[in-house]
Design a protein. Structure first.
Length: 312
């Protein structure tokens, strides 16, 4: 019999303003469950006082608190991955450290896992993020829905529950550039979703700049499908057919009407368009190549500096 029922996994990157309140709200919820639990924090190379606060929390509740410290910043999904690798619970719940996901919702997830669902996603009601972020999410949700077989209402919500088997599958996948909620869904036997509250970030600002958001969303799409490459090939084929027709038309006009004014500019316009299409394609291939390279190179996904935990 596994003594730990629930593992709560929390990635932490520069969250000194949020950790005290997170501890104050999270632990009472977990204590009230009446189930054996552990909380695993991954300090993802924070530069602020997060490490100190995590040390203090570990000292205060060593029985149920574990801290994994990365030597540098590897990103939210790798921070979650490292914790999943070490989680001992039958059920694993992931949570953000900034209190956007209320810890008070945890019992609702356990209710679902008790019913036998092995991957329970949250759907954020009244999402408290900028309009820009919400619009991007809608778009990517739509694209992902069309290009992959993953069916999730709110892929970006990180408050989720996984069975031990699904979590083990995520770790075993060896994925580097991935989006854990989508990967989990693809491994689940009985997925479910529940609606939860969403709050504004308690302190600090989001760690995702526009650049990191773009990278993350590329990870989401490219890890699960090669449809973008296929679409590009189809588009290129259509372009070649169109240009061939154009050449035939221009050549015929040249023969029938003779030299025309302005023809050269039309040709330039077409040429520039085709070149830009090629560049997009090369970039797209590069994205896939880069990811293939990272996997083939087989480097460690992250480096753990130290771990704080009570050995059993
Ligand atoms: N996070 C992390 N590493 C990073 C970026 C973020 O561990 O490189 C953590 C962060 O501390 C938080 C969670 O991931 O617990 C979500 O980050 P954030 O709130 O910045 O993202 P958003 O809610 O804006 O999507
Ligand atoms: Mg947040």
């Amino acid at each position: 019999m596994n003594p730990v029922h629930l593992s709560v996994v929390i990635p932490v990157f520069n969250e000194e303003g949020n950790l005290p309140l997170l501890f104050a709200r999270l632990y009472p919820v977990l204590d009230a469950l009446g189930r054996a639990y552990e909380v695993i924090f991954t300090n993802d190379g924070s530069a602020d006082r997060s490490a100190e606060l995590l040390h203090e929390q570990h000292a205060a509740r060593p029985d149920v608190t574990r801290v994994i410290a990365f030597n540098a910043n590897y990103g939210q999904h790798m921070a979650v991955m490292a914790a999943l690798e070490r989680a001992r619970g039958e059920v694993i719940i992931t949570l953000d450290a900034d209190l956007q996901n209320p810890p008070e919702e945890i019992p609702a997830f356990l209710e679902k896992t008790d019913q036998g669902f092995d991957c329970v996603g949250g759907i954020r009601l009244d999402r408290q993020d900028s309009l820009f972020r919400r619009k991007i999410s809608q778009w990517i949700n739509f694209l992902r829905g069309r290009m992959t077989s993953i069916r999730m209402t709110d892929q970006g919500c990180m408050l989720r529950a996984y069975s031990r088997e699904v979590a083990a599958g995520i770790v075993r996948s060896g994925a580097i550039n991935t989006f854990i909620p989508a990967l989990a869904y693809s491994l689940a036997r009985r997925p479910a979703e529940i609606e939860i509250r969403h709050e504004e970030r308690h302190a600090g600002v989001s760690n995702y700049s526009l650049y990191r958001l773009i990278r993350l969303n590329f990870d989401l799409i490219t890890y699960f499908t090669t449809v973008p490459l296929q679409l590009f090939t189809l588009f290129s084929m259509a372009c070649s057919a169109g240009s061939f027709l154009l050449v035939v038309v221009l050549a015929t006009r040249r023969l029938v009407i003779g030299p025309e004014e302005g023809g050269i500019f039309t040709l330039f316009g077409i040429l520039f368009f085709l070149i830009s299409v090629c560049m997009v394609g090369i970039g797209l291939i590069g994205e896939y190549m880069g990811r293939t390279y990272q996997v083939v190179r087989n480097r460690a996904r992250y480096h753990i500096d130290h771990v704080l935990e009570v050995r059993e």
